[in-house]
Write a protein that binds this ligand. Structure first.
Ligand code: UD1
Length: 487
């Protein structure tokens, strides 16, 4: 259960809060309280009122100076945890980020009967999972709807247990995000798939190797089917695969467990099925999106920021783009230093699959573009509805016009602090970055989105000079007469 922090007076240390802003936000929260369902370790559910809605308060104007450390990659850790389903032996993962999605995945594995130990603190960021006694091969809607990557358990469950029941994810803030390619691929491997009551049920006594050619490049689809194929009978060849570093990291882990995978990181992956996988110990790669977020924040605030513990080769397209914008970028094997003594210049981006410009950096780049000299065009090619941050940036003073999957940003409009809403993980990061250069205070509501994928971002940014605080709001108890809001 989350601890409720003491109420903090945000205005005292760093000047007065924008008058009336907090009151307005609090009033809104009182009208729209939230109830959440919590999955208990025995698999049952509990509905509890969520009286704590954290917000960030950011006062702009400070350049970021110093060194900031990147955590392990959430998007590599999630499939790695799902891979533990494939074996009866313990899998030990190091450099696991302390973020909400990891806790969700832990709950998911525990609900299936897995033993999962999560240790945080100095020596830890390590998890040991043992899936010897899996009893319930199911991913419930309550978990899948909060984290779409829950569908990563589909392939491993069918491969190891012979059956799986996984909720269909439905729509999400950034678009439709179907899982049809996961399903088609599993059918190619011999699974029988049925759909009922919003759930996909997959069954196969033993999967058999096959040829899969993805109609569209999918990251978790590639990972899901790569895991399934490790225990299939015979060889699987997958074409048009995602080439992201997270796919490579998963293949490295699976090979340590005894799988026979070649070609991860290219468009064609070959998997020779084996009858059994064993335990392994593996260190998760650094989070390239967190690294990129800090790099943009450093460049935008005109500071001198070293982003440590990262792999610069994983964000080559972003670093190249920042150099086009006039930012000085220097890299070592595991760090990136950004300095920016000049005016930023506008430059266009177009999101693509790896190694192209990542869709997960598009929102943060848009925040930078609001302060660049000239007009930038941002084209989103991966997701259909990924511009939710644009309207919030406009409320802070940006000049952005969205037409379909393209946004046109006229730069160098002064930003000013406002109350803004986080709509998804990367949109929230974009608003934090914009707030760092806005005049006055910005209050970001619904920062649970950012907690899904950034580990204590406010503490890390404060360490390099940002003025940012987390607020925990305690709501008054509801009277019995009022109906409960459900979110
Ligand atoms: C992963 C990342 C996410 C990132 C995204 C694109 C994880 C946990 N998440 O998400 O942060 O934004 O890659 O880089 O790694 N699609 C289909 N059918 C499918 C699967 C996907 O049509 O069965 C479409 C999607 O709607 C989307 C595109 O393919 O338009 C790419 O999606 P995908 O690569 O699957 O994204 P995720 O793996 O969910």
């Amino acid at each position: 259960m989350k601890m409720i922090p003491k109420r903090q007076n945000i205005g005292s240390a760093q000047g007065p809060t924008t008058p009336g802003l907090l009151e307005a936000v609090n009033g809104n929260l009182r009208r729209n309280p939230v109830r959440v369902r919590v999955l208990r370790f025995d698999g049952s559910q509990l509905t509890v009122p969520e009286n704590l809605m954290d917000k960030f308060v950011v006062r702009g104007g400070n350049p970021l100076i110093g060194s900031i450390r990147v955590s392990g990659a959430k998007n590599a850790a999630l499939p790695a945890m799902a891979a533990a389903i494939l074996t009866e032996e313990p899998v030990v993962l190091e450099n696991i980020p302390d973020v909400r999605d990891i806790q969700t995945e832990r709950n998911l594995l525990v609900s299936m009967g897995a033993e999962v130990e999560l240790g945080y603190g100095r020596a830890s960021h390590r998890t040991t999972m043992c899936c010897r006694n899996l009893v319930n091969p199911e991913a419930a809607y309550e978990l899948v709807k909060t984290m779409r990557a829950s569908t990563l358990v589909l392939g491993p469950l069918v491969a190891r247990m012979g059956r799986a029941r996984v909720s269909l994810p439905g729509g999400c803030a950034i678009g439709a995000r179907p899982i049809d390619l996961h399903i088609k691929g599993l059918e190619k491997l011999g699974a029988t798939i049925t759909q009922e009551h919003g759930y996909i049920e997959a069954a196969a006594e033993r999967l058999r190797g096959g040829n899969i050619s993805f109609d569209k490049i999918t990251v978790t689809g590639t990972e899901d089917l790569m895991m399934a194929a490790t225990l299939a009978d015979g060889e699987t060849v997958m074409e048009n695969c995602a080439r992201e570093p997270e796919v490579i990291d998963l293949a490295v882990l699976l090979n340590k467990m005894g799988a026979k995978i070649t070609g991860a990181g290219t468009s064609t992956i070959r998997i020779q099925g084996v009858s059994k996988l064993g335990g392994a110990k593996h260190r998760i790669i650094p989070d390239r999106i967190e690294a990129g977020t800090f790099v943009i924040a450093g460049a935008l605030t005109g500071g001198d920021l070293t982003v440590a513990n990262c792999d610069p080769t994983h964000i080559g397209s972003l670093l190249q783009k920042l150099e086009d914008c006039g930012v000085t970028v220097r890299t070592t094997q595991d760090s990136i230093r950004v300095t920016n003594g000049h005016r930023l210049k506008a430059s266009d981006i177009s999101t693509e699959e790896y190694p192209g410009f990542p869709t997960d950096m598009q929102a943060q780049y848009m925040a930078l573009a609001t302060q660049s000299e000239g007009t930038s065009t941002v084209t989103e090619n991966i997701f259909e509805n990924r511009f939710m941050h644009a309207q919030e940036l406009v409320r802070m003073g940006a000049n952005i016009k969205v037409e379909g999957h393209r946004a046109v940003i006229r730069g160098r409009t002064p930003l000013s602090g406002a109350a803004v809403q986080c709509s998804d993980l990367r949109a929230s990061a974009s608003l934090v970055i914009a707030a760092l250069v806005a005049e006055g205070e910005t209050i970001l509501d619904r920062v649970y989105h950012i907690d899904r994928g950034y580990e204590r971002i406010e503490e890390k940014l404060r360490g390099v000079g940002a003025q940012i605080k987390r607020l925990g709001e305690i709501l008054p108890k509801r009277s019995a007469a009022q109906p409960a809001g459900v979110a």
